[in-house]
Design a protein around this ligand. Structure first.
Ligand code: MG
Length: 383
């Protein structure tokens, strides 16, 4: 029986993780859950999975939850400390890190320090603090397993050979809803259109990041920290069907890919059951369900975010953290219709230009640069 805690249990990845767990009640038990403010769903999850501890965003939400489930056996915590307590809880073997954005960093670090295996969906943790987080994980010698579909694919393809025989990691990208939108029309796309991803159903933040391709930029940085490859060893191909989830090219010309329908429960199941595999109720694949597969190069003019991410990775230090902080502020400004779609990446670019890169080997340095980036982005947006 593997005992699992989930950070972000009411979000898209959290819900799908619980779906996988409920299909295999004989293999997994839920120890603790951290959520935000969606207590209706959390109450449902508590009654089904009976966690020992739950944590919510703030005290007010905790009181509301307490008044509704007062007599339950589940202890209620809140805030940053509550989320960290969920991450560190005694008895859990694995923590699914699926909070949105930089808020996931501290609890993920807490899980690493407590010696838990981590199934990581919160890629921002690695973008912001890759050096700090991977150092913590190495210290305890625990596993960092990707949930991101591309990295799950790379992880599986990398098991087919030696690292020094790898020529290139090839991340695939669907291209999002604006792959074929003329560049000059991008300025006026609506929030609704940007939220309409062609192949994946996901939360709002990552859906916008997929529309700008910033998500792919984050994934390039994530790949560096997960697998230890340099920027020039990582490339991105557009693959609109999202069937080939990524590939590894070996020096002998062999290319190993992992394929499957775009269903996040597949990489979730792989991560939480590793090194085993578990059966899933996904419909069997067929020629029709895979269809015609196509690949093309990325148009870096259409998607300048990807150039920024490669620049940030080459620059290193606090630059990726700054890119992420500015992006989070710019995405929420776009979602609340304060800036245009193209304003997201131009804001990130300006903040990066203004940044003086510092070493990123301590949590304080990383958090300081994150705060600076948010404040700078905010003032650029307001003016
Ligand atoms: Mg992905």
């Amino acid at each position: 029986m593997k005992k699992i805690s989930i950070l972000g249990s009411t979000g898209s990845i959290g819900r799908q993780t619980l779906d996988v767990i409920s299909q295999h009640a004989d293999k997994f038990r839920v120890t603790a859950l951290a959520a935000g403010k969606n207590i209706d769903l959390l109450i449902e999850q508590i009654s089904i999975f009976k966690p020992i501890v739950v944590s919510v965003e703030d005290q007010e939400t905790a009181s509301k939850l307490d008044s509704q489930i007062g007599s339950s056996q589940t202890q209620i915590l809140y805030g940053q400390e509550g989320a960290e307590a969920v991450a560190e809880i005694d008895g859990a073997d694995l923590v699914v890190s699926a909070m949105v954005g930089a808020s996931g960093l501290r609890p993920t670090l807490a899980a690493a320090r407590a010696g838990k295996d981590i199934a990581l969906a919160n890629k921002e943790s690695l973008v912001i603090a890759g050096e700090v987080l991977t150092a913590e994980i190495q210290k305890k010698n625990n596993r960092l397993l990707p949930i991101d579909s591309e990295h799950s694919a790379l992880f599986q393809a990398l098991e087919c050979g030696e690292k020094h025989h790898v020529k290139k990691l090839i991340l695939t990208a669907s291209g999002g809803p604006f792959l074929n939108t003329p560049k000059k029309e991008l300025e006026d796309v609506s929030v609704e259109l940007a939220l309409n991803h062609p192949t994946w159903k996901m939360g709002k933040k990552i859906t916008i990041d997929s529309a700008t391709l910033m998500n792919k930029g984050f994934e390039v940085i994530e790949a560096k920290w997960l697998f230890g490859f340099e920027p020039q060893e990582i490339s991105v191909w557009i693959h609109p069907q999202s069937i080939v989830h990524s590939m590894v090219e070996y020096i002998d010309g062999s290319v190993i890919s992992q394929m499957g329908k775009p269903d996040m429960r597949i990489p979730i199941a792989f991560a939480i059951s590793y090194p085993q595999r578990i059966s899933m109720d996904c419909n069997t694949v067929s020629p029709e369900s895979f269809g015609n597969l196509s690949f093309q190069n990325v148009d870096f003019e259409q998607f300048p975010s990807l150039s920024l991410a490669f620049d940030a990775l080459k620059e290193g230090g606090t630059m990726p953290s700054v890119m992420n902080g500015a992006n989070e502020v710019a995405v929420s400004a776009f979602l609340s219709e304060q800036i245009k779609f193209t304003g997201i990446i131009s804001t990130v670019e300006k903040v990066m230009e203004l940044h003086n890169t510092q070493p990123a080997n301590t949590l304080d340095a990383v958090l300081e640069s994150d705060l600076w980036a948010r404040n700078t982005a905010q003032s650029l947006i307001e003016n």
